[in-house]
Write a protein that binds this ligand. Structure first.
Ligand code: NAD
Ligand code: ZN
Length: 232
């Protein structure tokens, strides 16, 4: 195939070597909090300051973090590959953009964005968000982190599904395959006959659905795979 269409899905694992904890990391930020408390609309309604503080801490960490060779290799692929490349991420850390990627599809939102629950207006989040910050559009005191919480609908699903329907290659990097709908992308890709590749430290929940699995650290496996694609 000369210029295959590629859809890439990244998860927390690609940012692990940049010092940002995944869900499962022992002692990490996620280990100190229950998902129900910090990553659901109900948790936010119960204790907004806990949730705003949790994301303020994550925003500060992401602000200081530096992309690694995995992020950089994907930015290079986007620049140099002659076919379509759609980069979809579950990460909210902005490291793909820091590595030079453009047009990144943030299906779970972004730490550097704030969202008004009243009018859906979005704006650049300050490093430290405050509880009950006023919306610059409608003035309601209903600012929240622009993060897709459990129980909420991921963003840009139409665009992602359209790209999957055209994909020749689907690649999942650093994602545990626990969180739907992202965990179902491999099935959609297989349905249209795409070649499927997993790059993860440990086998994911959905590893059996991939034709090609490349275990290891993303900083090693991703640049090697990008070289393969660009050389083929
Ligand atoms: P996850 O924590 O469930 O799984 C991470 C996966 O990455 C694991 O399977 C692990 O084996 C693998 N991994 C760990 N280190 C790796 C490395 N160096 N190289 C390659 N793989 C490595 O993460 P997920 O699947 O992305 O979970 C989805 C949810 O986690 C999303 O909702 C996402 O928004 C959220 N999340 C995002 C961040 C971030 O933005 N950096 C961090 C934590 C969680
Ligand atoms: Zn508003």
């Amino acid at each position: 195939m000369t210029h295959p269409s590629i859809v890439i899905l990244t998860g927390a694992g690609i940012s692990a070597e940049s010092g940002l904890g995944t869900f499962r990391d022992e002692g990490g930020l996620w280990a100190q909090h229950r998902i129900e408390d910090v990553a659901t609309p109900e948790g936010f309604a119960r204790n907004p300051s806990l949730v705003v503080e949790f994301y303020n801490t994550r925003r500060a960490q992401a602000h200081d973090a530096v992309p690694n060779a995995g992020h950089t290799a994907l930015a290079r692929l986007q620049r140099e590959h002659k076919g379509e490349v759609l980069l979809v991420t579950q990460n909210v850390d902005g490291l793909h953009e820091k590595a030079g990627s453009t047009d990144v599809v943030h299906m779970h939102g972004a730490l550097n964005s704030a969202l008004c629950s009243t009018c859906d207006h979005r704006w650049a989040a300050p490093l430290e968000m405050q509880v009950g910050e006023a919306c610059p559009n409608c003035a309601a005191p209903t600012a929240r982190p622009d993060i897709v919480w459990f129980g909420e609908m991921p963003y840009h699903m139409d665009r992602i599904e359209a790209a999957l329907m055209q994909a020749d290659i689907f690649v999942a990097i650093g994602t545990s395959g626990n969180v739907y709908p992202a965990a179902g992308f491999v099935q959609m890709a297989r349905h249209v006959g795409a070649h499927t590749v997993e790059m993860n430290l440990d086998p994911s929940e959905t590893v059996a659905l991939f034709e090609d699995t490349r275990p290891g650290k993303a900083s090693i496996t991703v640049p090697a795979w990008v070289d393969d694609i660009l050389d083929s």
